[in-house]
Design a protein around this ligand. Structure first.
Ligand SMILES: CC(C)(COP(=O)(O)OP(=O)(O)OC[C@H]1O[C@@H](n2cnc3c(N)ncnc32)[C@H](O)[C@@H]1OP(=O)(O)O)[C@@H](O)C(=O)NCCC(=O)NCCS
Length: 224
């Protein structure tokens, strides 16, 4: 599908972020997010300090704009055990240090929306997280009224695990957020369907054994 606002056929490519992306990265953030970010955040992102990020560009854009950002995702590696979702992971201390990838910002400029760019950027993050053997999940917050983003994360099989009341403070007003999680490397939540089925099977087995033991006892009594 070609967006009527784009006067040419886009050729979308994905690349890492460069220091020369600084200005446009700040510009898109201020255009698409209600939250203001510190300039240190942008400096760190474009220089790859503390953050991992991916940029989307349209190679067929005219007037020297073929390498200009039209979308991006920024993320950070965090320690699983100290994270706010530690209780949502089946933590195995025998596995030592375990990590998570937290998505901070994701944005696509208006004219390039609904072309699958955000989907591709999130796929990059999932691929990256999956390539880290000790990584357990990708997670993020989204403001509760952001339907396009919520639709996107659900479509990509992220699980909505929590609603956090008053998580965001924007212009003096509090807004709820949803916490979405995508497990990688075979991880699962403590209450995943697989864990529940295993639990039920164990209970049934234990129950059957108990009943069988009682029946055996009764039989022995009758013989005596
Ligand atoms: C959310 C955002 C990143 C999506 O980018 P995108 O490149 O358009 O996303 P994709 O093209 O990969 O997928 C968009 C999906 O959302 C759907 N969508 C678009 N607008 C929608 C709306 N108003 N309500 C519900 N779903 C919507 C599209 O139909 C598409 O789903 P489909 O494939 O089932 O049709 C983009 O809208 C954006 O930059 N928003 C502002 C910043 C933001 O909110 N970032 C997320 C913060 S957590």
């Amino acid at each position: 599908m070609v967006n009527p606002e784009i006067s040419h056929h886009p050729t979308i490519c994905y690349r890492s972020m460069h220091p020369s992306d600084l200005e446009i990265l700040e510009q898109i953030h201020s255009d698409v997010f209600p939250i203001r970010y510190e300039s240190e955040f942008f400096q760190n992102v474009v220089n790859g300090r503390d953050f991992v990020s991916w940029a989307a560009v349209d190679r067929s854009r005219p007037n020297g704009q073929s390498d200009e950002l039209i979308g991006f995702v920024t993320a950070r590696i965090v320690t699983a055990k100290d994270s706010e979702i530690a209780d949502l992971l089946r933590y195995d201390p025998s596995k030592g240090h375990q990590s998570l990838v937290y998505i901070l910002t994701l944005g696509v400029v208006d004219a390039y929306r609904n072309l699958g760019i955000a989907t591709a950027l999130i796929h990059e993050v999932i691929k990256y997280a999956s390539s880290i053997a000790v990584c357990r999940a990708v997670y993020l917050h989204v403001i509760s009224y952001n339907n396009p983003a919520i639709h996107l994360y659900k479509k990509m099989s992220f699980k909505c695990v929590r609603r956090l009341h008053g998580f965001y403070l924007i212009n003096g007003q509090h807004y709820d957020s949803y916490l979405f999680i995508y497990y990688v490397n075979g991880s699962q939540s403590p209450c995943s369907p697989l864990v529940l089925v295993t639990f039920l099977v164990t209970c049934m087995k234990t129950g059957i054994k108990t009943v069988a033991a009682k029946l055996r006892k009764n039989e022995e009594k009758m013989v005596k």
